[in-house]
Design a protein around this ligand. Structure first.
Ligand SMILES: C[S@@+](CC[C@H](N)C(=O)[O-])C[C@H]1O[C@@H](n2cnc3c(N)ncnc32)[C@H](O)[C@@H]1O
Length: 280
């Protein structure tokens, strides 16, 4: 039984970061007519009701999507993400938050395909119900790392793998690194997005060394910290590695993160970083 339930965190700053970048990656993939596959290892339930008691418990969404929802000065690269959130709330009141599968399904075209793995039985059942009538979508109640092995390379030979672990067990940084390396060995030209939490600086350096040691090239590293580096009570920030980023993505991500950092800042934090962890 899995302890982690994303509904407690839905729409928080980490979701804003992750989904805004995800939307950009899919916009870029959709520029070519050829179909693509979207393979997600840790899909969650798809849509989150922010009025649910679990979501309201710590109301993390208030310091996430809540801080953006009414802004009129949103930079252009952030629009596909905000459009996806607005589409779930047509009456203009923020109530439902789209998870990554919904953001992806909204941007995918009829010729594209989505493969979504989720290990939590209840969450997966909700996800399957949600997409029951969408023929582009396959939902797997399965370990995401196993699903990745079975679905990469996809037959389209184009697409995005999203690895969004809940990082709720020891050794997860090593596990995501190995999953990325294994998938990349079998499909070197795919685009990969790997989300991670910011932990103590020493742990982060160990993670970076591990990724560099895989030998994978073209690894863009994006980070957003909303709290100061010494903060350890709750999540202080998060990052994403993007392997084989589409042309122009780094600049768009830079614009998005520079705008988000001061808006999402807490306890005097608020910083972003975009750099090549490993260049071409
Ligand atoms: C951070 S949440 C996913 C949120 C989702 N990607 C989104 O952005 O809307 C992580 C999810 O992974 C699931 N999970 C945990 N371990 C897993 C595993 N080994 N394989 C697949 N799913 C797993 C959890 O049940 C949880 O729903």
């Amino acid at each position: 039984m899995l302890a982690y339930r994303h509904l407690f965190h839905a729409g928080n700053f980490a979701d804003v970061f992750k989904h805004a970048l995800l939307a950009r990656l899919l916009v870029a993939l959709g520029r070519k007519e050829k179909p693509y596959a979207y393979v997600e290892t840790h899909a969650g339930t798809g849509r989150y009701d922010l009025a649910h008691p679990w979501a309201r418990k710590n109301a993390e969404f208030r310091d996430g999507i809540g801080r953006l929802w009414d802004r009129a000065d949103v930079p252009e690269p952030l629009r596909p993400y905000l459009d996806a959130v607005r589409a779930e709330n047509p009456d203009g009141r923020l109530r439902f938050y789209p998870g990554s599968p919904l953001v992806a399904a909204r941007l995918a075209r009829p010729q594209d395909r989505l493969v979504l793995a989720e290990l939590g039985r209840e969450d997966c059942a909700a996800l399957a119900r949600f997409f029951a009538h969408d023929r582009r979508v396959t939902v797997l109640v399965e370990d995401g790392y196993r699903a990745l092995k079975a679905n990469v390379p996809p037959r389209e030979r184009r697409g995005l793998v999203m690895i969004d672990s809940s990082f709720d067990r020891a050794g997860e940084f090593a596990r995501v690194t190995e999953a990325l390396a294994d998938a990349h060995r079998r499909w070197a030209t795919g685009v990969y997005a790997l989300w991670y939490p910011l932990m103590a600086p020493q742990a982060m350096r160990g993670f970076e060394r591990g990724v560099v040691a895989t030998g994978i090239r073209k690894v863009l590293q994006l980070e957003l910290s909303v709290r100061p580096e010494a903060w350890s009570e709750t999540l202080r920030g998060c990052g994403m590695l993007v392997v084989n980023p589409p042309f122009g993505f780094g600049a768009e991500a830079g614009t998005i993160l520079a705008w988000l950092a001061p808006i999402l800042a807490q306890q005097g934090g608020g910083a972003e970083r975009v750099r090549w962890l490993v260049p071409e």
